[in-house]
Design a protein around this ligand. Structure first.
Ligand code: BTN
Length: 269
């Protein structure tokens, strides 16, 4: 039996609310797309805050910036969470931070892999001095007419038990927990640990404490020479900090500071 199915996961949940509405679909187009569609069609009573959708295979998995997200069955952890925070739209970056922190903590609890994060949504690890991507987050929110978030889908894909041959090819060096830590990782334990940490970070944020400083400590991007691509525009400089919402501050050679809200960041050294 696949140990990510509802009957295997639900009895082991340690959360108070996250994942108490849980669905596992073996093959799906994209957990983000399906959960967004369900959120648009169903009432908050039918699809409550904290709903979790997990899959083992996506035929149309999506990454940031329109990229594809691909993984063979059995090799990764792919899920989406539905959250309904009463926050302003700019605060949605906090959810990316919280999910990155939760993923990092869950991985470090269960493996010997040290995790660092790359702005804005990448989870990874430094191997022999080179940062490798282990997974990523795709946070997509819908904003009401009052400018506040109505619902947010937090998607996460982690390369768990991919062998070196199964790793997807990309511009960024990639790895898996198996390749980086030399051990098979229990996906169910990883899922349960992630949900527990995510709920804790969420409750901390609702209580008014920002995740920014914890996130900043894990960000590999700060202090590094970076190249930021925003469509046709490319900005080269040094990542000098982040603001309270998590936007990246990049200093260019003329000493001016640019605030980056979205875009693709490449570490230059
Ligand atoms: C990235 O690194 O660009 C983000 C990758 C996010 C992938 C996950 S897998 C589960 C969820 N469903 C999707 O279609 N994408 C996210």
């Amino acid at each position: 039996m696949n140990d990510l199915v509802k009957t295997a996961v639900m009895p082991k949940l340690t959360t108070i609310w996250l994942g108490h509405h849980y669905d596992y679909v073996e093959t799906i187009t994209s957990t983000n797309d399906v959960l967004k569609k369900r959120a648009a069609e169903k009432s908050p009573d039918e699809l409550p805050h904290g709903t979790v959708l997990v899959t083992d295979y996506q035929s149309k998995g999506r990454g940031r910036l329109g990229r594809r997200w691909e993984a063979l069955p059995g090799t990764s952890l792919m899920l989406s969470l539905l959250l309904r925070p009463d926050w302003t739209a700019e605060q949605s970056l906090w959810l990316t931070m919280m999910a990155g922190l939760a993923a990092a903590e869950a991985i470090e609890l269960l493996t010997n892999v040290q995790v660092s994060l790359k702005w804005p949504n990448d989870v990874g690890s430094e191997l022999d001095g080179v940062w490798h991507k282990l997974g990523g987050l795709l946070v997509e929110g819908s904003v009401g007419q009052n400018g506040r978030l109505q619902s947010v889908v937090v998607g996460m894909g982690l390369n768990v038990n991919m062998t070196a041959e199964q790793l997807p090819e990309g511009m960024t060096p990639v790895t898996s927990l198996l390749a980086a830590g030399n051990q098979i990782v229990d996906r169910q334990a990883l899922l349960l640990a992630f949900l527990a940490r995510m709920e804790r970070w969420y409750e901390t944020a609702v209580a008014g404490q920002s995740p920014v400083s914890a996130w900043e400590k894990r960000l590999i991007t700060l202090g590094r020479a970076v190249q930021v691509s925003q469509g046709e525009d490319v900005l080269v400089g040094t990542a000098v900090g982040i603001d309270e919402w998590g936007q990246l501050r990049v200093q260019t050679h003329d000493n001016s500071i640019h605030t980056i809200t979205a875009g693709d960041v490449t570490l230059r050294i």
